[in-house]
Write a protein that binds this ligand. Structure first.
Ligand SMILES: *Cc1c(COP(=O)(O)O)cnc(C)c1O
Length: 349
């Protein structure tokens, strides 16, 4: 095997959805965010597994992504588009039966002109200042938009990964002021919002990262395992160096394993000389820099030559690697490369 094996546990994914669903009342519908190709894990397969667990509403970032999710799910489940109805989206939205979350006055006009009668939702800004209609514009538009029957109104929290952040309550108050009196289904909670408690749940929650095993959902089951094959072993004498820039030197006899996988596979170069890979439960330090296709690992302390070493496993989550690289689990997942041999396991696979 020349490349790494990425194993994606669809049962763990489904279990994470059920666990997040169980955190809200049974009257609250738990949707699933499957944007960016299902956080890099294949939106179609992820969406099918989650539909099997009970999810009925799915969210993607852009209309182009909606097509593969619709193809995987077939007719029935609702597929929403966070970026709304952008220029040129009408045909995609219509052909794949996607629901744009309209997020500007311009989009509202565009949607009603291009696709009159096509379902839509509204995305409101409560302080994040990224997408969404501002309070003043919403006041002006509200009656005419409501008359056309939005199927969902939503906003997004900027700081929900930090339960103590005052921004959470501030955005909640702003959302209440804009939609508190509506009978249309409402949603403000992603993974972090689900964990903030019932006030944030409204009628629909739409977690992403927690489904895929990432923080802030600490109770998540890991969904990905990344195992990299050892393609060479070599013995070094004291004073020898390893890898580009001679950034690692041994002062004792050492054994180095060269494994297949590098920054072209999404193994961030920032973890050079910092991360470990696992041989079972034994940590083995990265020795030297991550290169494009290869890593070099100090396996001097292993009693047997390893066939493969794990970068992501029970002992080391996407968030552990993210911490070392100075980023977030989301970026580790969505960077996972296309060269891996991807294996889907679980009853839903
Ligand atoms: C990505 C995203 C989500 C899901 O967020 P997680 O933190 O991954 O749960 C929900 N809503 C919007 C608008 C998003 O962009």
């Amino acid at each position: 095997m020349g490349t790494g094996t990425l194993t994606i546990d669809l049962d763990a994914l489904a279990a994470n959805w059920r666990a997040l669903d169980a955190l809200s009342a049974s009257t609250v519908e738990t949707a699933a965010t499957v944007k960016a190709n299902g956080y890099g894990l294949d939106a179609g397969r992820v969406a099918r597994a989650l539909a099997g667990a009970g999810a009925r509403r799915f969210f993607v970032a852009v209309a182009e992504e909606g097509a593969s999710v619709r193809a995987a799910l077939g007719p029935g489940p609702e597929v929403f588009v966070y970026s709304g109805h952008m220029e040129g989206d009408a045909e995609h939205l219509r052909a794949h039966d996607l629901i744009p979350m309209l997020n500007s006055v311009e989009q509202v006009t565009r949607h009603f002109e291009a696709l009159p009668g096509h379902p839509f939702g509204m995305q409101l800004d409560t302080g994040m200042n990224r997408l969404g209609i501002e309070a003043a514009d919403w006041s002006a538009l509200r009656d005419s938009v409501l008359a056309k029957g939005p199927v969902l109104v939503m906003s997004h929290l900027a700081c929900s990964d930090d339960p103590d952040h005052p921004m959470n309550a501030q955005q909640l108050r702003a959302f209440q002021a804009m939609v508190g009196d509506l009978s249309v289904p409402r949603s403000i909670a992603a993974t972090g919002g689900v964990l903030l408690g019932a006030e944030y749940h409204f009628e629909v929650t739409r977690p992403g990262i927690g489904l895929y095993g990432g923080l802030p959902f600490e109770a998540a089951r890991p969904v990905v395992r990344l195992s990299l094959p050892v393609i060479q072993l070599r013995d070094l004498t004291p004073g020898e160096t390893v890898g580009y820039g001679n950034s690692w030197t041994t002062d004792a006899p050492a054994r180095i394993a060269t494994v297949s996988g590098g920054y072209a596979d999404g193994i961030l170069r920032a973890i050079s000389n910092k991360a470990v890979l696992y041989a079972g439960d034994i940590p083995c330090p990265l020795a030297g820099r991550v290169s494009m296709d290869l890593l070099t690992i100090d396996v001097t302390h292993l009693s047997e030559a390893p066939e493969a070493l794990d970068l992501l496993c029970e002992q080391q989550t996407v968030d552990d690697i993210a911490d070392i690289a100075g980023t977030i689990g989301y970026e580790i997942l969505t960077s996972l490369g296309t060269r891996y041999d991807r294996t889907y396991i679980g009853v839903s696979a």
